[in-house]
Design a protein around this ligand. Structure first.
Ligand code: IMP
Length: 409
């Protein structure tokens, strides 16, 4: 693996990044999250055992890897504590190898309440957010009034800042949305309790990454969500509130742009999307239902069913360029097993997708580890996609386990 690699989703998220990050973590000293929050859901299956991570980087299951949460992440102290507890229940003491940027913006209960209140007020125009308070937390960050993780270290200052926020947000909740206010006292108490665990983890992530770089260590930057959910480049306003694209790996960690060596994009062999918003290749028929069922397409955080459709080569070609993706991983190829005909969107006419049809394959590709064993039509499908999006595919994933992987030279 190249030294400093960004791994990110090239569609609408849920491409299977968690497994890929976990796989690549074998070769790195550190894994860093740079944007988003616990709206992400990275599912790892190792030796049949499933772990779902939302906030903590997917490298945490490796003993000798340090995991960092960069400044671009919005951090919910209560979600972090819960995730640490879940890992502890599985025998993993994540606090030993987790470090958090002092400049992370905090997600507070006010943000969660506002997220819900706004979605409710939008009615049929709702975005379909994960309800984790992501958008309102980023709003506070950009408005320069949010709490940083470092604020937890000074209880007096923390109380003063929180009181101002509470006043503003409770005013909005009660008077604009007609929702219940959130107790300032309880929130402060929760923060102070969380401080005991979080304070020892706080650090200057940018400085630590710089030190690793100088010592020639490999670093993996783990994206969350996907390019089409990017606040600037995605299907606005049906997007998340962070930049999910490669540039955010620099701004969300303090690692200089020229220090990255490669960008690995992850694509699913078809397309899925959770929440509302445009999805031109969406299938509303039995094939869509088949993909959803066979691909277990339910959100790992919210358990919502994912919308399913054909692979969109036009949009992925764009995401390859936006992120300067150097190579791609294609996941869930096995989900297409048994389909007679496959379609790939290769053009748009008046906003409508134009498809190229390819023959499917009957054989099972599940768990395959050897490229030569793939049915010829599966090889053709992968090669067609490669050509259509103009980027080479170097890994094919044929199942959820670490071992269900074909690595191409
Ligand atoms: P938010 O990030 O909770 O504000 O949600 C905004 C949009 O992003 C919604 O359509 C969510 O379904 C979507 N979204 C957020 N996180 C993920 C993810 O990890 N995978 C897929 N979609 C996501």
């Amino acid at each position: 693996m190249k030294q400093n690699t960004i791994v990110l989703g090239a569609q609408w998220g849920d491409e299977g990044k968690g497994k890929i990050v976990d796989l690549l973590t074998e070769n790195v000293s550190a894994v860093v999250r740079f944007q988003g929050g616990h709206n992400a859901g990275h599912t790892l299956v190792i030796d049949g055992k499933t772990t779902i991570l939302r906030l903590i980087p997917s490298g945490i299951l490796h003993n000798d890897v340090t995991c960092y949460i960069g400044n671009g992440v919005v951090l919910s102290p209560s979600a972090l504590l819960q995730e640490l507890q879940e890992l502890a229940n599985n025998g993993i003491d994540a606090t030993k190898r987790l470090k958090i940027s002092k400049s992370c913006s905090l997600i507070l209960p006010y943000h969660v309440a506002l997220d819900h209140a706004r979605e409710k007020a939008k009615g049929k125009d709702a975005i379909g957010t994960t309800g984790r308070g992501i958008g309102p937390a980023y709003e506070d960050k950009v408005a320069r009034r949010g709490l940083h993780a470092a604020d937890l270290l000074d209880s007096e200052q923390c109380a003063i800042k929180l009181e101002k926020l509470a006043e503003l947000h409770n005013f909005m909740l009660e008077n604009y949305y007609g929702a219940e206010p959130i107790s300032y006292k309880e929130t402060l108490n929760e923060l102070m309790a969380a401080r005991e665990i979080i304070a020892p983890l706080l650090t200057d992530v940018a400085e630590e990454l710089q030190r690793l770089r100088i010592n020639n260590k490999n670093i993996l930057f783990e994206g969350a969500q996907g390019t089409l959910l990017d606040i600037d480049h995605g299907t606005y306003p049906f997007v998340t509130s962070s930049n999910t694209t490669a540039g955010a790996a620099a701004t969300g960690t303090g690692f200089g742009p020229l220090y990255f060596d490669s960008v690995l994009g992850v694509i699913k062999a078809y397309t899925t999307r959770v929440g509302a918003g445009p999805f031109p290749t969406e299938l509303h028929d039995e094939i869509g239902a088949h993909l959803a069922e066979k691909g277990h397409e339910f959100g790992s955080v919210t358990k919502r069913p994912r919308r399913c459709g054909w692979f969109d080569a036009v949009s992925v070609k764009k995401t390859v360029a936006i992120n300067s993706i150097s190579e791609l991983v294609i996941t869930k190829l096995d989900v297409l097993d048994g389909l007679k005909t496959l379609k790939v969107c290769t053009a748009y006419e008046n906003g409508e997708p134009i498809y190229t049809e390819l023959p499917g394959w009957d054989e099972s590709t599940y768990e395959m580890t050897n490229y030569d064993d793939l049915p010829q039509n599966a090889k053709n499908y992968v090669a067609f996609i490669e050509k259509a999006i103009d980027c080479k595919i170097t890994i094919i994933s044929t199942g959820p386990d670490r071992s269900h992987t074909i690595t191409l030279g």
